[in-house]
Ligand binder design. Structure first.
Ligand code: PLP
Length: 438
């Protein structure tokens, strides 16, 4: 316990449960404490400089302290940060987002991805008058009770592959919630539709992340998405795309790759330009649940800081800069990253693989790339190797999300990708040694 980060963690544990405000920062022996960051580099309180491939859990598309965002937000700060009044910026930002995807007629802003998914589920219920939702096994959609079901099931409880159990995440989850969440397997259209058929007429929506991070960061197959699209059209349930992470993959989100028009889309992360944000977008017909009628709206919905002008200003600036050319450049850099990582894996001789698309990647301690949550589920040995790998990367000046996933930012170039590949190769060699020693 000699570093400043170690000292701060001791102090933090006196006032914050577990010493943190979000468990995703936990690592042994302590989290890193940031001092400052610019572009794609962060410097911690011990003066250690790292290339940032975590980007605050994939939320910073332009890295840290982008000059245009800093200037726009600084100007707005002096004019006030939150009012019991609407602002013109929220209209400008909504217009911008509506222009990015053919499935967006209207947008409602909230403060986090969790809130966006919660609003989408409630809006789907309000629109259809149905209670249940369906979601994919092993997927993370934020902290709403219904969205959390089967987020992290374990082999002893997950049940049949073709008919997964609805497994609670948090202790004390009410039975009624498990009853109202239907779990389908990823990328298996036949099994998924057979399960959905058992709930015809009961489902408000099928909630889908086209590349679920916790289920392996594997892109959904075209035929899987098409099958869910068709099933929901036949049944009258809504199709909800959670693009909180994947909105970065295309100008109009990853949905545009599948040529389907979801009824609702949730967004968050990058659209806040570095500030807390969430949004739900959809067709006029479905978004109408938010509009007050003679007896009030079908879905009463507000939020004290929703569409605050700081987030709106930062988000609009960030997303205007992330135009078609910027998206294409970052996706090409993503292709290069995954190719370099595959080379690093073969050079190291470690049994590992890489998944991802667009500007994201994830490493697995599996020789064959996983296809879904169950095949991505690590063995105890793989967990040990994973930890050794992340520690080695961090020591070598690379920061990734703790799951060994990473997200690129626009300040990055081939230079950072080459450095990543070099560090990954060295870290894989160390992790492999660790496996052998055990
Ligand atoms: C797909 C997805 N949905 C929802 C969320 C929740 O977003 P937030 O952390 O802003 O509440 C996340 C966060 O990682 C996510 O990845």
């Amino acid at each position: 316990m000699s570093s400043r980060s170690a000292e701060l963690f001791l102090e933090a544990q006196k006032y914050l449960p577990g010493g943190v405000s979000r468990n995703t920062l936990l690592r042994k022996p302590h989290p890193f404490y940031n001092h400052h960051a610019t572009g794609c580099r962060t410097v911690d309180v011990d003066g250690v400089d790292r290339i940032d491939f975590a980007n605050n859990m994939a939320s910073l598309i332009h890295g840290h302290a982008h000059p245009a965002i800093v200037a726009a937000v600084t100007e707005q700060l002096a004019k006030g940060t939150a009012f019991t009044m609407a602002t013109e910026t929220e209209i400008d930002f909504a217009r911008h987002l509506v222009g990015r995807s053919p499935s967006f007629d209207k947008v409602r802003f909230v403060n986090s991805g969790t809130e966006a998914v919660m609003a989408a589920i409630k809006a789907a219920r309000a629109h259809t008058g149905r209670p249940k939702i369906a979601k994919v096994e092993g997927t993370y959609h934020g902290a709403y009770d219904f969205a959390e079901v089967s987020q992290e099931p374990a082999p002893h409880s997950w049940g049949e592959r073709n008919h997964p159990n609805a497994v609670p995440l948090a202790m004390g989850t009410p039975q009624g919630i498990l009853h109202d969440v239907v779990i389908i397997p990823f990328n298996d259209p036949d099994a998924a539709c057979a399960i959905l058929d058992e709930h015809r007429g009961e489902l408000a929506c099928v909630l889908i992340d086209p590349m679920p991070h916790r289920a392996g960061l594997i892109p959904a197959d075209e035929n899987f998405i098409r099958a869910l699209w068709k099933w929901t059209r036949d049944d009258g349930a809504l199709l909800v795309f959670d693009e909180v992470i994947t909105f970065r993959t295309e100008v109009g989100g990853m949905q545009t790759r599948y040529k389907v028009r979801p009824d609702f889309t949730t967004m968050g992360k990058i659209i806040g330009g570095g500030f807390p944000v969430g949004a739900i977008a959809g067709r006029d017909e479905t978004m109408a649940v938010f509009i007050p009628g003679p007896y009030g709206p079908r879905l009463p919905h507000s939020g004290t800081f929703s569409a605050n002008p700081i987030t709106m200003t930062a988000g609009l600036t960030a997303m205007e800069l992330f135009d078609a050319a910027a998206v294409a450049r970052l996706n090409a850099l993503g292709e290069l990253t995954r190719a370099r990582l595959r080379e690093a894996i073969s050079a190291s001789g470690a049994p590992a693989s890489v998944t991802g698309t667009g500007s994201m990647f994830k490493l697995h301690f599996k020789a064959e790339a996983p296809r879904d949550y169950r095949s991505a589920f690590p063995t105890t040995e793989e967990r040990h190797a994973h930890r050794a790998f992340i520690d080695a990367l961090n020591d070598d000046g690379i920061l990734t999300i703790y799951s060994a996933a990473g997200a690129l930012s626009t300040p990055m170039t081939e230079v950072e990708i080459n450095r990543l590949a070099e560090a990954v190769e060295a870290a894989l060699r160390k992790a492999k040694e660790e496996l052998v020693v055990r």
